[in-house]
Write a protein that binds this ligand. Structure first.
Ligand code: COA
Length: 268
């Protein structure tokens, strides 16, 4: 897959073994035009196929261009031109994007560089880890617009921060700063804005050092298990364990421990 050109809606860059996806509409607060949603979904599909084919990609970072916005959510100007049925179709498309991101076979890191509202925060909620610039603000503001979060927010936010905090944020439509988001467990790290890209690269390098199949299996065990009662969820964990038990990387982990050296995982 080619790296997108500078004018593209989505920039795709490879750094070491990580892929950085940058929403690239800084003049429109990186709002999710339908074409941008389509481009992200297409790109995630292509990356997933590369990984399935053996490409050594170990982490995905999602961020926004510029220093003001990560993503201001759905493009409300575009939406004004739509019929209700157009909006219904778009809801299907944006949820397909969120689901593809949530199911991405490698760890995903949202690097929230600025405002993340509505669908913008939902994009970050579909990632495994969120880190933020100290200047970032976030919120699910939809009820203030007469709608509700429609790209997973009512379901993913309570799973991340708990029901009480999710209701607080969704029912008020409040905008909170990065420090408060850290206190609530919504983001895992807050850094000065100028250091966000380096922090994202650090997270990506940290997960890249682990066995990629194990990370994919652990992520699926958590996500699939959360949708089930405990007894069923534990069976899911066992099934995902079985997948990694038969990998070369599992043997490499044991050998490296015995030989007192860092493991070299191959994703096999
Ligand atoms: N859809 C379409 N365009 C948007 C947008 C959105 N969701 N959010 C911002 N923009 C546009 C603005 O209209 C403006 O365009 P203009 O220059 O043609 O007027 C441009 O992006 C920059 O936004 P502006 O508000 O001037 O910049 P800012 O840095 O002061 O504030 C935000 C950025 C994101 C904080 C602010 O625009 C905002 O609160 N947007 C609404 C976010 C929201 O509630 N989203 C929920 C969607 S369900």
């Amino acid at each position: 897959m080619e790296t997108s050109g500078p004018g593209a809606l989505l920039l795709v860059e490879r750094r070491d073994r990580a892929v950085f996806l940058t929403l690239n509409r800084p003049a429109a607060a990186n709002a999710l035009l339908r074409a941008l949603v389509a481009e992200m979904t297409r790109t995630l599909g292509a990356l997933g196929r590369e990984i399935a084919g053996g490409a050594d990609l170990r982490a995905l970072v999602v961020t926004g261009a510029g220093d003001k916005a990560f993503c201001a959510g759905a493009d409300l100007k575009e939406r004004r031109t739509w019929t209700l049925d157009d909006t219904r179709v778009f809801l299907g498309e944006i949820n397909a994007l969120m689901d593809a991101l949530a199911a991405f076979p490698r760890p995903t890191i949202a690097a929230i560089n600025g405002a993340a509202f509505g669908g913008g925060l939902e994009l970050a909620l579909a990632c495994d880890v969120r880190i933020a610039a100290d200047s970032a603000e976030m919120g699910l503001t939809e009820t203030r617009l007469g709608i509700i979060p429609g790209a997973g927010g009512t379901q993913r936010l309570p799973r991340i921060v708990g029901v009480a905090v999710a209701k607080e944020l969704i029912l008020t439509g409040r905008r909170i700063g990065a420090a408060r988001a850290r206190e609530l467990g919504l983001v895992s790290e807050v850094v000065p804005a100028a250091e966000l890209a380096a922090a994202a690269a650090r997270w990506a390098a940290e997960v890249a050092a682990a066995a990629p199949l194990a990370l994919g299996a652990a992520k699926r065990a958590i996500d699939e298990g959360l949708a089930q009662p405990l007894a069923e969820a534990l069976k899911i964990e066992r099934a995902r364990y079985e997948e990694v038990l038969v990998t070369e990387d599992r043997n490499e982990g044991l050998a490296a421990f015995a030989e007192k050296r860092p493991p070299v995982y191959k994703g096999r």
